[in-house]
Design a protein around this ligand. Sequence first.
Ligand SMILES: [Zn+2]
Length: 78
Amino acid sequence: MKTMTCRQMGGPCDAAFHGNKADEVINAQDRHLKEMVGNGDATHADALKEMQGRWKRPVSGLGWYRKTKKAFAALPED
Ligand SMILES: [Zn+2]
């Protein structure tokens, strides 16, 4: 199990997500961004826009995805 924060994935806060795979924390971050913006938090709006842009443009989004996967792989186990 590893821990990655909202900030490490380009977000504005230090909320921590746990997972065994990079995909798990990426999905948790995606949910977190939607939830925060849904609750009226404007600080997460830009990060959410970027995240949604990545799903819409998978090719340009791949750079961020690879970078995040690599950063996740380099993290120590909890
Ligand atoms: Zn956050």
